[in-house]
Design a protein around this ligand. Structure first.
Ligand SMILES: Nc1nc2c(ncn2[C@@H]2O[C@H](COP(=O)(O)OP(=O)(O)OP(=O)(O)O)[C@@H](O)[C@H]2O)c(=O)[nH]1
Ligand SMILES: [Mg+2]
Length: 304
């Protein structure tokens, strides 16, 4: 059997939800008499698609207005414009304005188990294939197993790897790792951090220090601070991610586990509530399973 293309998997990740949403819009559009119940059903469906309550209500209300005024005769065009506006300016590229010849850095943060270490490995592979000289830095000094896991990814991606001792201060490890990378003539460091939860103040303080240390050594234009979010985590993902905002000075998002029946709406909710670009989607556990997020293509796939 031919291997599924990343695109196919990407689309499949949105599951049945996409078809249901489309069908609902189409039915409501052609229905002569619509009642409160019809609109409530649509709202419920959008919430189930992970758009979140506020955005779901907003879309329903605006669509109701549009239908009433018959401001156009094409609901798909309307929906396309509405959804695309939520992702306006979503640029998936990293280091769009990086200074050539200066070391670049990516910091990956996020709550436990979302896929940070996996994303670090995939990014190392991706950038190495683009000709960058990459170092993976294990700033998750919390568990020896975590550092070893990253080392395995470094071997797969065929890049350099830097770690400190177990329990070492992650800020100090990052300082040493970046200094070493610079000394070796690397062009990119990717920093994997420990999973943390909003209730653990120590880990949050550690992350803040990792970011602070990195900023001292890397130009702002050459730094990407990426929040990794599990696309399946729904409402929880939002609550947990919010706690990392003040400490990580984020520039973008990677959504992982897209292949495991993610519902798609989370992308719009992120656009609406976080105002951060989605950079990549994780579409599997393999090293190549990372696709750049193309907002236009994505909205087209949902609407048409
Ligand atoms: N299906 C699927 N699984 C993924 C994806 N990304 C990561 N995983 C899996 O999710 C699990 C956790 O991944 P890790 O990369 O260890 O997550 P982490 O955020 O580093 O975890 P901690 O360091 O413990 O906080 C592993 O079993 C990965 O294989 C993805 O895009 N798709
Ligand atoms: Mg990890």
């Amino acid at each position: 059997m031919e291997k599924e293309t990343t695109w196919q998997r990407w689309v499949k990740g949105m599951g049945k939800m996409k078809e249901e949403v489309k069908e609902h819009f189409s039915q409501l559009w052609s229905k002569k008499e619509t009642g409160e119940k019809d609109w409530e059903e649509l709202e419920e469906l959008l919430i189930q698609a992970d758009m979140g309550p506020a955005l779901s209500l907003e879309i329903v209300e605006e669509f109701r207005e549009f239908k009433k005024s018959r401001g156009g005769d094409d609901w798909q065009e309307w929906l396309y414009q509405k959804l695309f506006s939520l992702l306006e300016g979503n640029d998936p590229s990293l280091f769009a304005s990086a200074k050539e010849g200066e070391l670049k850095a990516i910091i990956l943060s996020g709550v436990n188990g979302v896929g940070k270490t996996t994303a670090a490995g995939k990014l190392a592979y991706l950038f190495r294939n683009k000709g960058e000289k990459v170092s993976l830095i294990a700033a998750d000094t919390f568990r020896a197993a975590a550092m070893e896991q990253l080392e395995v990814w470094a071997q797969r991606a065929k890049c350099r790897y830097f770690r400190g001792t177990e329990g070492a201060d992650p800020g100090a490890v990052v300082f040493d790792g970046i200094s070493s990378a610079r000394h070796q003539g690397d062009t990119l460091v990717i920093i994997d951090t420990a999973g943390r939860s909003h209730v653990n103040k120590n880990l949050l303080a550690e992350l803040e220090k990792v970011v602070r240390v990195t900023k001292k050594l890397i130009l702002p234009s050459n730094l990407e601070s990426i929040l990794v979010i599990d696309a399946l985590a729904g409402q929880n993902a939002f609550l947990q991610a919010q706690s990392l905002f003040p400490v990580a000075d984020l520039s973008g998002i990677i959504l992982t586990k897209w292949d495991s029946q993610a519902k798609g709406g989370i992308v719009f909710r992120i656009g609406k509530e976080f105002h951060l670009p989605v950079k990549y989607l994780g579409v599997g556990e393999g090293i190549e399973d990372l696709v750049p997020f193309d907002a236009e293509e994505f909205v087209k796939t949902i609407v048409y």
